[in-house]
Each structure stands twice: as structure tokens, then as C-alpha cells.
Design a protein around this ligand. Sequence first.
Ligand code: GLN
Length: 225
Amino acid sequence: KKIVGVLALQGAFIEHIQHFSRATENGYSKYQFEFLEVRTEEELAQCDALVIPGGESTSMSLIAESTGLLEPLQEFVRTKPVWGTCAGLIFISKRVENGKEGQRILGAMDIQVKRNAFGRQLDSFVTDLDFSAFIPNLTKFPTVFIRAPVVTDISLSKAPHSYDVDSIIESSNSYVNTGPVEVLHKLENGLVVAVRQGNKLGTSFHPELSDNYSFHKWFIDEFVI
Ligand code: GLN
């Protein structure tokens, strides 16, 4: 049996669990799944993979810290499959622009992200995107962005470069990721909103907030089984 955890400290975790349940209702007779809300180290230890939902990345990291889950999470992301959506993408990055004081990040992917990257005019929006370059036949996916981050650098494993942006938060992790970061999707204006590095997946948007389960099914097929 495969256990997929969804970090349930804060944010849109119930929607992820519902989407996974629907996505695996049919066609997986060989497999059994359990989708588990994760709030403790014991729950995390049972998981084969973890999803970190959208919500608010600073709050999420503060709760993780105060409940003693930050270190177990740091350990988990070293080896296991992880998918971060929106605030979850921020949480698994190595460096954050527009970070808040006290915010902690896991450094699971060699990426820099910028919080709230779309500004006021485009604060939240839904747009049909074509993900068929990496998800077979998914040519029109209703994609929800809510105060979303974007990926502004995908090569943090290389020599650290200097930067002159304020409010930078860096992760203290010292482990080395295998392989480069792959850009899965760029918007027409060039902004990077989906990335993969080995068994880590990061999306700026919220596939759990549309009524389409294809993204969740792909995560199961590609990262879990
Ligand atoms: N802006 C939020 C943050 O910085 C993320 C928003 C979201 O997850 N929808 O954490």
C-alpha cells in the first residue's frame, strides 16, 4: 500500500486529499492508496510521498517549527517524492525573494522563488493552460493562481551568485540534489510556474482547486508508483 501524505498544518490540504481520492478511484486495481493528513512526525514517517499545499508559507513554516515538524520535514525531503503547490512551492525552495522575517524554508529544490509575484492587478486569476508537454493529452487545464509565487532562478546548485534583492530568505540545508531543475511550464510572458528536480515537483498554482483530477493522477503515476 502506498501512503501519500498531505501536510495539514494550514492551507488547502483537504482539497488535495479529495482530488487524490477521486484521481485514484478507477484504474489502480493493482495498488492500494491511503491519503493521510500529516501533522506529526509519526504520521510523516508513514508516508511514501508528501504534498505541501497552498496557504501561507510563513505561517506554515512557523507552525512546523513550533510543532517540531521542521526537522523531520527537512529530513523527509532529502530522499522522498515531494510536491509543493503555491505556498508549498515556496516552502520547498532554497531561496525566497519577498520573504518574511522568521520564515523558514526546506531547500528541497535548487530554485529561487519570488512570493506574490503577480502583483495587485493579477492577484488571483484562473486561466486554461496546455500541460500536454509533460502530462499526456492535458491540453486545457483550468489553472488557479492565488497570490502565487514564480520561480526566478533554477540553478542554485551552481556557484551562488550575488543578488541585490531585499528580504531574501535562504535555506540552511547542506545536502546536494541530484540532477538539474527542469522547467515544466512557462507562461506566455515567460514566468516559470512549474518545475521538477528528480522526485521533487513544484507548481505556482493550485491544481486541487479546479474540478479536474488529471494533475493529481499524473503525480501518482509519475512520482508515487
Ligand atoms: N502568497 C502566499 C505565500 O506567500 C502563497 C499563496 C498561496 O498558497 N495561494 O505563502
